[in-house]
Design a protein around this ligand. Structure first.
Ligand code: ZN
Length: 330
């Protein structure tokens, strides 16, 4: 697959932790890449004007590139093409509506800008990277937050709410968490309590460690303890994965014919342990009747590079007009 008119593409991924840039060749290989901590962007002005200024500057420094795709880590109304909630990215002063595409076009009109939600972008990237497969994919990201997106291969199409234009914010569904026989409800970034993202997102798991594990100073040291077979570390991770496992049981029950791709930075940091514990849990229980198969879950989990999917998806979205026209048409 190449870009529509054979030209290179500029792609951005604006995330809660980092803002990344990549130049893709017409054959979709990365020829240049850069990254900056998102919080370092907001030196002058509001976070949103700083992000727009930074992306426009990156684009203006490459004036021969005229196609720019932007993956944005915020709730995005795909019907109206605006960000509608973005507190983790922009802070408490975030506006109710933010027309990123319009702001970028005003700032650097020499490029054709296309903006989409980060998990939708990641889904397009996963679809491209697994193009040899035939089944639709439920893409689940475990990163700063947790979200899921069902991507249909024949389309591709992403169903969104007819009014709000969003889908798959599963991180804010209620979840059960118990440790050593007692139940706990931890806070979530959204202001709620006891959500899936309270436990199995990067930020949620930091709170789990802060509350229950005084021996851990960083995720790296926690992984080191897991690798050494530390019993307390293993118990904590199992407790945090249990709500994800329950969600996967529901997902497979409702969507029996899809592949499942786990992605995201938090997943990348703990991937081997997460897959191992999911495997062990799925050998003990599962959806009605399916639980008779030891591999009911793992045969659906497809291996995919956990990072970089957002940039690739943004490049695909920006460079292929049929994606922009068809993606949310259901
Ligand atoms: Zn929440």
């Amino acid at each position: 697959m190449t870009s529509e008119n054979g030209s290179s593409i500029l792609a951005f991924d604006v995330g809660g932790t980092n803002t990344r840039m990549a130049v893709f060749s017409s054959h979709l290989s990365i020829v240049e890449a850069d990254s900056v901590a998102t919080r370092d962007l907001a030196i002058n002005g509001t976070p949103q004007t700083s992000i727009v200024a930074h992306l426009a500057r990156w684009a203006s420094e490459r004036p021969d590139l005229h196609i720019s795709g932007v993956s944005i880590g915020a709730a995005y109304n795909a019907r109206q093409n605006v960000v509608i909630a973005s507190a983790p990215l922009l802070g408490a002063t975030a506006p109710d509506r933010w027309d990123v595409e319009g702001a970028l076009t005003s700032r650097w009109p020499q490029s054709a800008w296309s903006v989409l939600n980060d998990l939708t972008a990641a889904g397009l990237g996963v679809l491209h990277r697994t193009s040899e497969r035939t089944r639709d994919v439920l893409v689940i990201t475990l990163s700063s937050g947790v979200a899921a997106r069902l991507i249909r291969r024949n389309g591709p199409a992403v169903a969104v709410d007819d009014r709000w234009g969003i889908a798959g914010d599963v991180g804010h569904l209620p979840a059960r968490f118990s440790l050593n026989g007692s139940s706990f409800a931890l806070p979530c970034d959204c202001g709620g309590v006891g959500h899936l993202a309270s436990y199995i997102s990067g930020r949620g798991f930091e709170r789990v460690l802060a509350q229950f594990d005084s021996g851990t100073t960083s995720l790296e040291s926690f992984v080191g303890r897991l690798n050494l077979g530390d019993v307390i570390a293993e118990r904590l991770l199992r407790a945090s994965i249990a709500p994800l496992f329950e969600f996967l049981e529901i997902a497979v029950t409702l969507l029996p014919d899809v592949d499942i791709a786990l992605i995201g930075g938090f997943h990348a940091a703990l991937s081997d342990h997460i897959i191992r514990i999911l495997q062990e849990l799925s050998e003990k229980s599962g959806p009605y009747l399916l639980a008779n198969d030891d591999d009911w879950l793992t045969r659906r989990l497809i291996p995919v590079e956990p990072t970089g999917n957002e940039l690739l998806g943004a490049a695909l979205y920006a460079s292929r007009s049929e994606l922009r026209e068809e993606l949310h048409r259901w």
